[in-house]
Design a protein around this ligand. Structure first.
Ligand code: FAD
Length: 286
């Protein structure tokens, strides 16, 4: 099934994410986590793609397994900035062979020193190419706080519009910890005429200190109440996990109450986190 058809139903959707192993040594543990997360029967599951090779080799296989073994619709990520056109088409060929019809088209982060290949500069080019090469449903990323490289939020939204016009059928957001940032973003993109479904990306924080560092680097705003949780429970992994799941669940309840129906959990190969979120929303998701 195409993700756009799942998102077009008049219902709340919950999706989870897994990332492939860095080496073959950790393949088994990722496969186990994938199985446990799939057993929660989310509306779909996404599989990330390593920007500079490495883990990208496993994306198609893991995505195919999610559908064939567990009957959950997969969304395979694909990045382009570090790839040649030839490589991108090889991956698209494998996706077609495996019957995977949903792709999240991304530029990927540019490694320090610049991208090793120069066939693609922006995700919109990849979106256009995927749409031209088969019957794929293509999604893209968006940034409620603006992409870190964007000079202004307005220019980021202008380029986002171009990405949607290139064929992007839905958008998944970068993580955010203050829902008002998402509501403001939705208002701005709708005003600009971007009407495709937006899936809200929620990161349940289980390692507070690490997350505070990531957010500082990416410029993600940390609300005071979130900082207080990290300050209080950051040194106690079990308490931080519980508080992180509760914070994410609170965000999701507020989102759904305000009409944001599509929720994607950055579940980071942690079945207990995905299950914890789902359990705390069992009535809300009905
Ligand atoms: P783009 O849409 O190309 O935007 C990147 C920047 O370029 C923005 O600042 C944009 O405003 C600007 N821009 C766009 N078009 C133009 C133009 N024509 N001229 C000038 N500027 C322009 N990374 C991975 O490596 N693997 C993954 O699996 C992965 N999954 C992700 C999933 C989600 C939901 C998100 C939010 C991010 C993900 N990323 C992943 C990270 C992503 O690759 C990076 O954030 C990357 O820096 C930008 O990718 P993009 O597709 O948003 O790029």
């Amino acid at each position: 099934m195409k993700i756009i058809d799942i998102l077009s139903q008049d219902k709340v959707t919950l999706s989870f994410e897994v990332f492939p192993p860095k080496t073959s040594d950790s393949y088994e543990s990722v496969a186990k986590a994938t199985q446990e997360i799939a057993a929660l029967k989310p509306d779909f599951m996404s599989v990330t793609y390593g920007a500079g090779g490495g883990t990208s080799d496993y994306t198609v296989g893991i995505a195919a397994g999610i559908r064939d073994k567990y009957g959950v619709e997969p969304l395979a990520h694909l990045t382009c900035a570090s790839s040649t056109r030839e490589h991108v088409h090889q991956v698209l060929g494998k996706l077609k062979e495996s019957g995977i019809s949903n792709v999240l088209a991304l530029r990927g982060d540019i490694p320090e020193g610049g991208a090793p290949a120069h066939d693609y500069h922006h995700a919109a080019e990849l979106v256009r190419e995927i749409k031209a090469s088969g019957d794929f449903c293509v999604g893209g990323a968006c940034y409620p706080e603006g992409h870190p490289e964007s000079p202004t939020k307005a220019s980021d939204i202008d380029y986002l519009k171009a990405k949607v016009e290139a064929g992007c059928e839905f958008l998944t957001t970068q993580m955010f910890f203050d829902n008002n940032i998402l509501y403001n973003f939705l208002y701005r993109i709708r005003e600009k005429g971007i009407t495709v479904p937006v899936v809200a990306g929620i990161m349940p924080v289980t390692n507070g200190k690490q997350m505070a560092r990531i957010c500082k680097l990416s410029g993600t705003y940390l609300p005071e109440k979130f900082k207080a949780i990290v300050d209080k429970f950051g040194e106690n992994p079990a308490a931080m996990r519980q508080a992180g799941v509760a914070y994410a669940a609170g965000q999701i309840i507020d989102l759904i109450a305000n009409g944001v129906n599509h929720i994607h959990i950055y579940s980071m190969n942690k079945p207990e986190i995905a299950a914890g979120i789902q359990a705390s929303l069992s009535e809300v998701l009905k």
